[in-house]
Design a protein around this ligand. Structure first.
Ligand code: BEZ
Length: 260
């Protein structure tokens, strides 16, 4: 397989310690989409954006032959320490010659610069009859957080430097992309999943908002994050349960037709 060098998705730079410490919930909450994948023994499965490999390991535990594809060298190294096979690469580049039985992805598609290109790549890398099973942020995901971030940037006089790195499509938009690439959509659903943030809103912003604020000096980022937290206190901070983010998930299962 040929893959280009590591290119962090949409300007996001992952720190493995932060990812594991503050984003471990991402894999925990990925169990539903793993059930939809239903990996079978000896199936060849590609995990797009495998991160630290926590979910990839569960696919391997079903005796599937799983390969991760991950653009961050640091996260790929952590996944390899779990004994997983991981290719360092960007999903926007072709995935190579292997024809997979299934391609899986959790919490990665919303980082894509060009989702249509990646969907085309997935189609080309599946055997006829193979399936693409994905969960990602969907339409309306972290809308309150994004609105507060933008307001805080505006208050700090740097609204024009906001870099929204995320794509949160509706089912209609994503279905259209899938069908344009030749997929048959078996199921596509959008659902709200309020998500408790163990590391708080500040931990979430430190881990995930880097790409949004990437053009700004550290001290300005600090001011904006503090103001964002303050703006969200009345809507996303529960006195008993703590910070809960307004996550909305898009989950889909699409098939490359047997004659496609
Ligand atoms: C998500 O999983 O919905 C998400 C993660 C990081 C940034 C934005 C959204």
């Amino acid at each position: 397989m040929t893959h280009s060098r590591t290119r962090p998705a949409a300007g996001q730079v992952w720190n493995p310690e932060d990812y594991i410490g503050k984003a471990g919930f991402v894999a925990e909450l990925g169990r539903g989409v793993l059930d939809l994948l239903a990996p079978r023994p000896d199936e060849h499965i590609l995990d797009l954006g495998c991160g630290d490999g926590a979910l990839t390991q569960r696919i391997a535990a079903a005796s599937a032959v799983v390969t991760g594809l991950e653009p961050s060298a640091e996260l790929a190294a952590v996944a390899r320490q779990r004994g997983l096979r991981v290719i360092e690469g960007d999903a926007h580049d072709p995935f190579g010659q292997v024809q997979y039985d299934a391609i899986f992805s959790n919490a990665m598609f919303h980082w894509l610069r060009d989702p249509q290109q990646v969907i085309r790549n997935a189609f080309a890398a599946l055997r006829p009859g193979g399936r693409l099973v994905v969960e990602q942020g969907g339409f309306g995901n972290v809308a309150a957080v994004t609105t507060a971030l933008r307001a805080a940037m505006e208050a700090a006089g740097c609204a024009d430097q906001a870099r929204n790195p995320w794509d949160f499509p509706s089912p209609t938009t994503q279905r259209k992309r899938l069908e344009t690439a030749g997929f048959q959509v078996e199921e596509i659903i959008l659902f709200s999943r309020p998500t408790p943030l163990e590391a708080g809103m500040r931990g979430w912003l430190d881990t995930f908002a880097g790409a949004f604020l990437q053009d700004l000096p550290g001290d300005v980022q600090h001011v904006i994050k503090t103001d964002t937290e303050r703006r969200l206190t009345s809507s996303l901070l529960d006195p008993e349960e703590g910070w809960i983010a307004d996550y909305v998930r898009l989950r889909f299962h699409a098939v490359r037709p047997a004659d496609g």
